[in-house]
Write a protein that binds this ligand. Structure first.
Ligand code: ADP
Ligand code: MG
Length: 326
């Protein structure tokens, strides 16, 4: 993906589907900014994640971008259009899946799509054809005539996604799209979101408080807290470059002599060594090359070894001193 991102960032057209610059939002009566100087750009075909705990300002960022809330300062541009200055024009270019199910409960699945298409100016014929295609694509064809309040959570989210795409937006906003889904529906929705990258070439901004979702689904992730971006990169680079920690656990035949523990502490990159009986736990911020050194230091007394990779959770902890879900 980094190849594609690079291509579009440096592309000759300079086309940027979503660009947020210095965004500030302070709600009336509040003493602090819900969003506090946020800037980011999302490219064509990119899935960009805002990862942060409750109250970080993720939904507020989306609310401004989709013209539901006015910014206090800064700008959001959709394909060049300033959303605050030209809200109606911006709305044609964006699709949104909100946290709450906003499908029309009095209508069938198909009607939800059809009337959405009509609202956005498609002819009756186009709207019919397009709604049929979307139902097929999102695995909803068999539920076509059912009322949406009979759909499971997973199918309802897919119907919302289909509707968000129906008017062919350039940018799609997904606010915690899988937060209320069971694991299986969650995986299915991830596949559909990934499909957007290849099939539709839309830019996707999604919010999540799940580090796993950010890691597995997003091309780039901005870690957010108190309305600010603390770090922004690919999930791999965030885990590599920040002082996220790797833990190597060793089990030995016998408790290690103090000299061995000193030797392990002296290895390059080792931050902390904890010994409990015949177990040693080695915490490092730079694991490259460490395991071979550990193995040769411990020698024949080694029974078992395991490595826990850093996660986006450990990146968040290293940035804020807190867990994502405190
Ligand atoms: N309509 C509102 N009026 C006042 N404060 C709000 C409103 N919506 C959100 N907030 C506050 O703004 C901050 C960010 O909230 P939100 O954007 O919903 O965060 P997130 O989506 O990351 O959980 C929180 O402190 C929240 O209490
Ligand atoms: Mg939210």
């Amino acid at each position: 993906m980094s190849r594609v991102i690079g291509l579009y960032h440096s592309g000759p057209s300079g086309y940027v589907p979503l660009s947020i610059d210095g965004l500030v939002k302070r709600y009336p009566g509040s003493s602090r900014n819900a969003v506090d100087g946020l800037s980011l750009e999302v490219s064509v075909g990119e899935i960009f994640g805002l990862l942060g705990p409750n109250g970080a300002g993720k939904t507020t960022t989306i609310s401004v971008a989709v013209t539901r809330t006015r910014p206090t300062a800064g700008t959001v541009r959709l394909a060049g259009t300033d959303v605050a200055a030209q809200a109606a024009r911006a709305r044609r270019r964006l699709g949104v899946v909100t946290q709450a199910n906003t499908l029309d409960r009095s209508l069938s699945v198909w009607e939800n799509l059809y009337f959405h298409c009509r609202y956005f100016g498609l002819s009756r014929r186009e709207a019919r054809r397009h709604s049929d295609e979307l139902l097929e694509r999102f695995g909803l064809a068999e539920r076509r005539d059912e009322r949406v309040d009979r759909l499971s959570g997973g199918l309802a989210q897919r119907a919302q996604l289909a509707r968000a795409l129906a008017h062919k937006p350039s940018v799609l906003f997904l606010d915690e799209p899988t937060a209320s889904l069971d694991p299986q529906s969650r995986l299915a929705l991830w596949d559909h979101v990934r499909g957007l990258r290849e099939r539709d070439g839309v830019a996707v901004l999604l919010t999540t408080h799940s580090m796993e979702e950010a890691d597995r689904l997003c091309d780039r992730v901005a870690i957010m807290d108190h309305g600010r971006v603390l770090a922004c990169d690919t999930p791999g680079a965030l885990k590599r470059n920040l002082t996220a920690t790797t833990t190597v656990r060793l089990r030995l035949q016998a408790p290690p002599p103090p000299a061995l523990l000193d030797q392990v502490r002296a290895l390059r990159g080792v931050e902390r060594v904890v010994n409990d009986g015949n177990r040693i736990e080695v915490v490092t911020a730079a694991r490259d090359g460490l395991v071979p050194h550990l193995v040769s230091a411990v020698g024949a007394g080694l029974l078992d070894l395991s490595v826990s990779e850093p996660t986006l959770e450990s990146v968040f902890i290293s940035l804020t001193g807190r867990k994502l879900r405190d």
